[in-house]
Design a protein around this ligand. Structure first.
Ligand code: SF4
Ligand code: SF4
Length: 425
């Protein structure tokens, strides 16, 4: 039995269920939240503000959608999600200007907000300051952000998630975003009924990545897979949030042991078909993390039903952090590691891959356009002009112009897209 360094007590998975106590072995203790150099985070935010990958990597996004649309069911899922999510996003955008519907009592309403959030189905809720350092450049100044952030995580159903990558998993992926969007709107109404403003950030219209504020609010820690790992359901949840001027108190970041545990576990790193996850951590924009190789992930997601294998094979997703930590404390082993149940997956058209078995792709598999639509248009233009010995035709100029004009409107025309930014930093 390993020596226990500290215990974390969290509310039960569902409202009304008993609290859970999670033992964190001493050898897994690092820091609450994530190792961070705040001055570096400040510097990057000022000099190189974040931008949505729906803009900075739009060329590959459009390419991926073209590939996905060749799969009839995936095409329908995407179309339906964009149609159903759009009104939710428009409703969320309007919440910034809605006035409270009652007079505030002046009491701290943190617990009321949390209880209501749990009644609405959120598996995790925490409160922290809204951190402008993570606001996307295209979202700065475009709306009101109240000073406090309510960090919300909605569980994605267990069964379909275990079939990742699959059509069923894609259906539950998109429907969870819509369900939580509607629940967050309801929570906003509730906060206004208590006398305060509440600005809801819709799924598919993020002001920035939510993970840093979730970590600060203690709802989880960043996993090696790039997702927030929450105590009850790990990465098997979708994140959203709202800002408010309500009288609230802040939660604290927590050391769940995840920062160190991932370095022992490495299941997602070993099982990622694109070899897109880093074994070791690096310092990136002022935080220490396992950085995702985006260029190796996107092609797999585009070709294999949104992939998500890193979510499926995570033991915390499957068994919950308490079971995983209990097992590790008793045995020094990672629960489920090396089993078909945890590590096995099937890629459509390529077959089943059990523990230790990996698909092989040639280099061309990873070819895709890079950068924003404008950068890609320039790149294509240069390639064609070079191939033509420097001759530039009117058709080439028209294509370049088309790409540049398209890019001008992309900060506002991505309403309802699947919200990858919400999950990755
Ligand atoms: S989504 Fe798939 S390809 Fe991307 S990191 Fe996860 S397992 Fe790897
Ligand atoms: S699979 Fe293991 S290494 Fe990957 S995020 Fe989950 S706990 Fe961390």
């Amino acid at each position: 039995m390993l020596k226990i360094g500290h215990e974390v007590v969290r509310p039960g998975r569902n409202l009304g269920e008993a609290e859970v106590t999670i033992p964190i072995p001493e050898e897994l203790e690092t820091v609450p939240g994530i190792p961070m150099t705040s001055r570096e985070v400040d510097w990057y935010a000022r000099e190189y503000p974040l931008e949505s990958i729906n803009i900075t990597e739009r060329a590959s996004r459009d390419w991926a959608n073209t590939l996905r649309d060749q799969h009839a069911e995936m095409r329908e899922i995407r179309k339906e999600h964009e149609k159903l999510n759009r009104p939710l996003i428009m409703a969320c955008r309007m919440t910034a200007d809605l006035e409270p519907t009652a007079e505030p009592t002046g009491e701290d309403i943190s617990e009321l907000i949390k209880t209501k959030a749990r009644e609405l189905g959120f598996v995790e809720v925490g409160i922290t300051a809204f951190d402008h350092r993570y606001t996307f450049q295209s979202k700065k100044g475009s709306t009101v952000y109240y000073p406090h952030f309510v960090a919300l995580a909605y569980e994605q159903d267990f069964e379909p998630t275990q079939t990742i990558p699959s059509v069923d998993a894609e259906i539950v992926h998109s429907s969870t975003y819509r369900t939580e969007g509607a629940a967050a709107l309801e929570l906003g109404n509730y906060i206004r009924s208590l006398g305060y403003h509440a600005q809801v950030m819709g799924s598919g219209d993020s002001a920035g990545p939510y993970i840093p504020m979730h970590v600060a609010a203690g709802t989880g820690q960043l996993g090696a897979c790039g997702y927030l790992l929450t105590p009850h359901v790990g990465s098997r949840c979708r994140l959203v949030g709202l800002t408010t001027d309500a009288n609230v108190s802040y939660d604290e970041p927590v050391d769940y042991g995840i920062h160190a545990f991932c370095q022992v576990c490495q299941v997602c790193v070993n099982r990622c078909p694109g070899r897109a996850l880093m074994r070791d951590k690096i310092w990136w924009r002022g935080i220490e993390k396992n950085k995702l190789y985006f260029k190796r992930c996107r092609p797999v997601m585009a070709r294999y039903l949104g992939c998500g294998i890193c979510m499926k094979v995570c033991p915390i997703q499957k068994y919950g952090l308490k079971n995983v930590m209990d097992h590790y404390a008793e045995t020094g082993q990672v629960l489920g590691k090396g089993t078909h149940d945890l590590e096995g997956y099937t890629l459509e058209g390529k077959g089943y891959f059990g523990p230790g078995e990996m698909p092989v792709f040639d280099a061309a598999f990873f070819d895709m356009p890079h950068g924003g639509t404008d950068e890609h248009a320039f790149e294509v233009f240069k390639q064609r002009a070079t191939a033509a010995g420097g001759e530039v035709t009117e058709e080439m100029m028209a294509e370049l112009k088309d790409g540049l004009v398209k890019s001008l409107f992309q900060a506002t025309d991505n309403l309802g897209m699947m919200d990858e930014d919400a999950d990755y930093i």
